[in-house]
Design a protein around this ligand. Structure first.
Ligand SMILES: Cc1cc2nc3c(=O)[nH]c(=O)nc-3n(C[C@H](O)[C@H](O)[C@H](O)COP(=O)(O)O)c2cc1C
Length: 151
């Protein structure tokens, strides 16, 4: 039986990503993820990323090593890596909020985060809340695998 894990990290973009750069990143990632059996979600806000990658343990560690080496971002901080009983984002090769760049437009986002809105400052507790809100909770329907950005 395949052993599933997820890896959750935050990072800081080396240079601000615009809509085109995000789209390029998502398009390439989705093709590769589909091949590797990886699913997950990516958030981008104010120059920082938060990503969940999930799938077979080896594929997840191998992808994370590649992501860490990517010069488009730095300060890559792994928050959680652990076995999971099932995927939270099985419907998305890489889900991204359909609102695109303006994550703070999600109803309740700022209330939810309060002053810790910066994705790179998330601890494991808030990371799990975010995972739950997008994976099963109130923001799940906001994720899209297709038109990632309105613009
Ligand atoms: C924030 C961020 C998230 C990424 N997410 C993925 C991903 O989910 N899947 C993926 O294959 N590559 C992802 N990449 C790109 C990888 O770092 C890498 O460029 C890509 O997998 C191709 O690897 P290669 O250049 O070694 O062939 C991401 C990069 C960044 C900066």
């Amino acid at each position: 039986m395949t052993h599933l894990t997820h890896c959750i990290y935050a990072s800081a973009a080396s240079e601000p990503f615009d809509a085109a750069a995000l789209r390029e990143l998502l398009d390439a990632s989705r093709v590769l993820n589909e091949r590797a059996g990886i699913t997950g979600m990516l958030l981008y806000a104010d120059g920082s990323f938060f990503q969940v990658i999930e799938g077979p343990a080896e594929a997840v560690s191998e992808l994370f090593a590649r992501i860490v080496a990517d010069r488009r971002h730095d300060h890559v901080t792994r928050i959680i890596e652990e076995p999971i009983p099932r995927r939270s984002f099985g419907n998305w090769s890489m889900g991204f909020p359909s609102e695109g760049l303006e994550l703070s437009q999600l109803a309740g986002f700022n209330d939810f985060f309060g002053s810790a809105a910066c994705l790179t400052r998330l601890d494991a507790g808030r990371a799990r809340k975010l995972l739950a809100a997008f994976g099963a909770g109130r923001w799940r329907h906001r994720l899209s695998d297709f038109a990632p950005l309105a613009a």
